[in-house]
Design a protein around this ligand. Structure first.
Ligand SMILES: C[S@@+](CC[C@H](N)C(=O)[O-])C[C@H]1O[C@@H](n2cnc3c(N)ncnc32)[C@H](O)[C@@H]1O
Length: 222
């Protein structure tokens, strides 16, 4: 990927600048595809429900972390209904500010709003049952993503789970100059996961998304 990202500092600052100018709405979070949010959340719910529950041997319902959370679209509809407490992390302060009103009454069950890039974020060791990472990994370099996933592993409670849900390219690495991100193919993503020392518990393609967008895959890791 070294030949795709020319200058690391500019790769991150351009992305930060891009998101500062995006409306703090569901449509803004989804690049104008706000209408797919329901299908997205329902697919995620089905995927996660297999693992999370109060029963012995399942991933607990205590604390979840929403990475690249934006205004809290996923926190509101997926994580707060399933977990007692949720933390949000995002590089854009305006989105986290919006989350406080967007999440309404349930905002009181959000313990932390961390405003920091995932490349610098250090989850508290052993805090999370689930770490959800959706539509943000393309903003990290390969090496930073590997290191971030390693720190996430350290942030899990026993039985905890990391989920990546993201766009997947047909082949190779496709750069996006507009939001300063990359889209990796599934093989590359799996190699990154392996480098981080994580195993794949389940992989699933999100169904019923518009045909013109990238395939979106969910990977459960631990
Ligand atoms: C496509 S939006 C997705 C938001 C949310 N995950 C969702 O699905 O509704 C990408 C989000 O990633 C955030 N972001 C971009 N680069 C980031 C970075 N390096 N670290 C943390 N968040 C980042 C943006 O501020 C934005 O909120």
């Amino acid at each position: 990927m070294g030949d795709v990202i020319k200058e690391e500092g500019a790769f991150y600052s351009k992305a930060e600048d891009y998101w500062k100018h995006v409306a703090p709405t569901v449509d803004g979070m989804l690049g104008g595809y706000g209408t797919i949010s329901n299908v997205d959340i329902n697919g995620s719910k089905k995927f996660l429900e297999r693992y999370v529950g109060e029963e012995e041997g399942k991933t607990g319902c205590g604390v979840a972390l929403d990475c690249g959370a934006g205004i809290g679209r996923i926190t509101k509809r997926l994580l707060l209904p399933m977990f007692r407490t949720v933390d949000l992390v995002d590089v854009t302060q305006e989105f986290l500010d919006k989350a406080k009103t967007y999440l309404a009454e349930d905002a009181k069950r959000v313990e932390n709003y961390f405003c920091v890039g995932l490349q610098d974020f250090k989850p508290l060791p052993g805090r999370y049952d689930v770490i959800w990472i959706q539509w943000v990994i393309g903003h990290l370099t390969d090496d930073h993503l590997v290191e971030f996933l390693r720190r996430c592993q350290g942030g899990l409670r026993p039985g905890g789970l990391i989920v990546i849900k993201d766009n997947v390219a047909f082949e190779g690495v496709i750069p996006d100059e507009v939001d300063s991100s990359v889209c990796r193919d599934l093989d590359l993503l799996k190699r990154i996961v392996q480098r981080a020392g994580l195993g794949i518990v389940r992989e699933e393609l999100q169904r019923d998304f518009p045909e013109e967008i990238y395939e979106v895959w969910m990977l459960a890791l631990r």
